[in-house]
Design a protein around this ligand. Structure first.
Ligand SMILES: [Zn+2]
Length: 488
């Protein structure tokens, strides 16, 4: 029997506003701040304090919901989700439950077998918890509590169980990640925990539609952990089902080091949390004018931009998808294309320069594209030098490295180092005469029929001219010289 995986994903994304969801504490970078320095009575859960909704967080959430084509609920409600944990000082988390901000969205993913629509069940606002660090000291176990993250705005995006392979989950998560970054609501820096996943996984027999028993895997903090955990779970459940053993409905953790899932607790039900409407917050009311204002602010999203790049600039899909991954890169590309317009240079050449030499430079130096000393106009200028045959492509590559290092223009480097292509026929003919003179054995065997040696002479002459000869002129002069020898 063949088993089909059925996978749904919950994505928890921090909304990187200036201040927290319900108080004015700053949202701080966990790698740059001391523990418990961004905490006030509200996010520390002191009695008698009152939460106030962060308007910016609502706007960010609306952006995401609209980008996912969700229906925005004009009235949504905050609720208390009650449970005890040391990272939750209030003893409850303010979240949205029965009446979420938005519902019924979609995300298109370009899967191998064709485009696929993943339905978004809901998108809602909540607050993050604090962070616990477990340590061992003097033979004892301690847990440190840092509340800097407690109360940071969090957006939960819940998909329907519409994905049937690891590939589809990977695409879904990646595209969603890129959308959040593109909208400017999340840095996308996974190493800082700004986006976390929970997956629900079940298997169904190929010939039946009803779903099997599902498990939930919590706390998946990277794309890789998510993929590995789901793959592990598919394999584990297949093993159980093939031995006619039941899959238990439960909540699992993921041990990234051991590469296994493990039971965390029995599956909790919604009623275990004793949800009830947050009495300290009024209903969140969003009118049409607000929705339209946000809709007008939406930028072009990565997938739409990718399709446009394919058509408008005649780029292959893989190249277009690399260029749209980050908005600044896409802008850099379009600005470069703008700067070479009217030069009869196809846009794909700009794409080649960016995805080739510039990307490897950025990978090596860790620079972002907006930090490069070479701006789009500078790159365009270099491309024009190649187009106008002032330098050849090889020279251009080394000129670019020098531009990146020094910030000098292509023209300045070419002049200073005398790198211009040699197109002077007299000079080239002189070098060819010298090469033929210095290699009588090769010349003899050429004249007796080994005509492939023409390429060898070409290489020798080019080397003599330090790679700067105009190849067309060099080939032409060489051909003439050899013909003259042949006839005389
Ligand atoms: Zn606070």
């Amino acid at each position: 029997m063949k088993w089909i995986p059925v996978i749904g994903l919950e994505v928890h994304a921090e909304l990187q506003t200036c201040s927290k969801m319900f108080c004015s504490c700053p949202v701080v970078d966990p790698t740059l701040s001391q523990p418990n320095t961004a905490v006030c009575p509200v996010c520390a859960g002191m009695p008698g304090v009152l939460p106030v909704v962060n308007q910016k967080a609502v706007e960010y959430a609306l952006k995401v919901a609209l980008a996912l084509e969700c229906r925005i609920n004009h009235t949504s409600l905050f609720a208390r989700k009650n449970y005890f944990y040391p990272d939750l000082p209030k003893g409850y988390q303010i979240s949205q439950y029965e009446y979420p901000l938005a519902e019924n969205g979609i995300l298109n993913i370009p899967a191998t077998q064709g485009d696929k629509v993943v339905r978004i069940r809901r998108t809602h606002l909540e607050e993050d918890t604090g962070k616990l660090t477990h340590i061992q000291a003097e033979g004892q176990a301690f847990t440190l509590v840092d509340l800097n993250r407690a109360g940071v705005p969090l957006l939960e995006i819940v998909s329907e169980p519409d994905m049937n392979s690891i590939e589809e989950v990977r695409l879904y998560a990646k595209i969603l990640h890129d959308i959040l970054v593109c909208l400017g609501v999340n840095s996308g820096d996974m190493s800082k925990g700004v986006m976390r996943f929970e997956a629900n996984v079940s298997l169904r027999p190929e010939d039946r539609l009803e779903l099997g028993t599902r498990v939930e895997i919590k706390n998946l903090n990277s794309f890789r952990a998510m993929e590995r955990a789901i793959a592990y779970e598919i394999e584990r459940q297949t093993g159980l089902l093939e031995n006619s053993l039941p899959v238990q409905q439960q909540t699992l953790g993921w041990d990234d080091t051991a590469g296994v899932t493990y039971p965390q607790r029995g599956k909790e039900e919604a009623h275990d949390y004793r949800y009830f409407p947050e009495p300290d917050l009024p209903p969140l009311v969003i009118d049409d004018a607000w929705i339209e204002r946000i809709r007008l602010q939406l930028p072009e999203l990565p997938m739409a931009r990718m399709r446009r790049f394919e058509h408008q600039y005649d780029l292959p899909t893989n190249m277009a998808s690399v260029l749209v991954e980050e908005t600044p890169v896409a802008q850099y590309f379009e600005n470069t294309v703008q700067a070479i317009s009217g030069q009869d240079i196809p846009p794909i050449e700009a794409a080649n320069w960016i995805t080739g030499p510039l990307y490897s430079w950025m990978n090596t130096t860790g620079q972002r594209i907006d930090q490069l000393k070479v701006k789009p106009a500078d790159l365009a200028d270099l491309m024009k030098q190649v187009q106008n045959k002032v330098i050849n492509l090889n020279t251009a590559r080394s000129v670019l490295i020098e531009m990146l290092n020094t910030g000098k223009t292509a023209g300045a480097i070419i002049t200073e180092e005398n790198l211009g292509v040699v197109s002077d026929r007299t000079q080239i003919a002189g070098v060819i005469r010298q090469i033929l003179h210095e290699n009588p054995v090769e010349l003899e065997s050429y004249l007796s029929g080994k005509t492939t040696l023409e390429n060898w002479f070409f290489g020798q002459a080019m080397r003599q001219l330090r790679g700067k000869a105009n190849p067309d002129i060099l080939r032409d002069e060489l051909h003439q010289a050899l013909e003259k020898r042949q006839n005389g």
